[in-house]
Design a protein around this ligand. Structure first.
Ligand code: NAD
Ligand code: DAU
Length: 351
């Protein structure tokens, strides 16, 4: 069946990998990439596929209900993969309003547009919402988040994502809309905006700038290569069970300080520096407020039901990632110019 798939946030980090995969893999589908192009959205992430016949870009704000309805009508949307969001925890601490607006009201406006356009004809329709493991809160040293773990968000970002997840499930339970929610762990890879730990630190090592390590560097994250997340999204979009939740993770936990040391070795090696010499750049700074100690995802439901597993070992993924950032200096310069410089100075001065 011909599908017209609306991918929101397709000019961002994960969204661009999802759009690329779908456009290349399904020439018969029409992929409509809807993005507001905030500081985090960048069309140069999609240069390689932008001229493909089955791809359309639309600049719009998910909060604009009328615009969403027009897009559903104009492109006869049959499925939604919703990634558009404000995604950075530190920004949510400084400006929670924007997070509530985009992540909660934006998701609601998209849901309403889908409900209005599909008008109860749910066959072959799907609203697939991309969420995060951060909605589950923080773990101690033991245990994993499973799909039934109680929500316990701590940051304005995770609170806004949790609220959006609830709205999506409510649209299934109340109106019968076919929905799926997935909660994924930390992604890394090409095209990630350098406010996030891995690209920020690669860029700083390259420029001999301090590496601002929050607290004692003991927080633990579960890292997944972004292309593996995109593959999981493809499988779940096509084969996932309606009204289900699937956790997606890498079974790949790292303490921040250990992760950074591995990364430093890789960057030093590829830059021809003495291996480990950039460790002197590590600078311990004031911790993030409400900093969750540990995230760890149990993705065995996804493996058992749909056969998905991460394909890349972390060492291989990190080398691929570091190489990409070092070889794409122009991209880095483009996204770090202008407004981002101001953000960086405000974020890290006097910390
Ligand atoms: P990102 O910040 O790189 O990209 C977000 C995209 O959304 C940008 O292109 C931006 O322009 C767009 N956008 C923002 N507000 C919009 C609006 N009002 N209307 C239309 N477009 C808008 O984010 P990401 O890291 O790619 O994350 C994508 C999704 O995946 C988010 O929903 C996030 O919560 C979720 N997620 C991210 C991770 C991760 O590690 N990055 C992990 C799990 C889940
Ligand atoms: O778990 C999934 C989440 O992962 C996604 O939902 C979010 O969108 C994504 O941003 C990410 O959130 P984190 O807060 O875990 O990612 P971040 O890269 O900001 O930070 C990773 C860890 O590194 C975290 O423990 C904070 C720490 N950190 C981060 C920055 C930016 C530092 O020590 N120094 C820094 O400068």
């Amino acid at each position: 069946m011909k599908k017209n798939i609306l991918v929101t946030g397709g000019a961002g980090f994960i969204g661009s990998h999802v759009v690329r995969l779908l456009v290349n893999k399904y020439p018969d589908y029409h992929i409509i990439n809807l993005d507001k192009l905030t500081y985090a959205g960048n069309l140069s992430n999609l240069k390689d596929i932008e001229k493909k016949a089955n791809y359309t870009f639309v600049k719009a704000d998910i909060c604009d209900f009328d615009a969403m309805l027009d897009i559903f009508q104009k492109y006869d949307i049959t499925g939604v993969i919703h990634l558009a969001a404000e995604s950075h925890v530190d920004r949510s601490i400084k400006d929670p309003f924007t997070f509530a607006q985009t992540n909660v009201m934006g998701t609601l406006s998209l849901l309403q547009a889908a409900k209005h356009y599909w008008n109860g004809e749910w066959k072959d329709k799907l609203f697939y919402h991309i969420s995060t493991d951060e909605v589950y809160g923080s773990l101690d040293d033991e245990g994993f988040f499973v799909e039934t773990t109680k929500y316990d968000p701590h940051s304005p970002y995770s609170a806004s994502k949790a609220a959006s997840d609830h709205f999506v499930r409510a649209f299934h339970d109340t109106f019968g809309m076919p929905t799926i929610v997935t909660n994924c762990s930390n992604n890394y890879g090409p095209f990630q905006f350098p406010e996030k730990l891995i690209p920020l630190f690669i860029n700083n090592i390259r420029h001999n700038k301090p590496l601002p390590m929050y607290g004692k560097g003991e927080n633990v994250r579960d890292w997944l290569f972004v292309e593996d997340h995109a593959k999981a999204i493809d499988i779940i979009f096509h084969k996932g069970r309606i009204a289900e939740t699937y956790n997606i993770g890498g079974f790949n936990e790292w303490k921040n300080i250990d992760l950074i040391k591995v990364m430093i070795k890789t960057v030093d090696k590829l830059l021809g520096k003495e291996i480990g010499s950039s460790e002197k750049l590590i600078t311990y700074v004031t911790d993030r407020a409400g900093h969750d100690l540990r995230y760890a995802i149990d993705s065995s439901k996804l493996k058992n039901e749909l056969g998905w597993e991460p394909s890349l070992q972390f060492e291989e993924g990190i080398e691929k990632t570091v190489r990409w950032y070092l070889e794409n200096e122009d991209w880095m310069e483009e996204v770090t110019s202008g407004d981002y410089q101001k953000y960086y100075e405000q974020m890290y001065e006097n910390r």
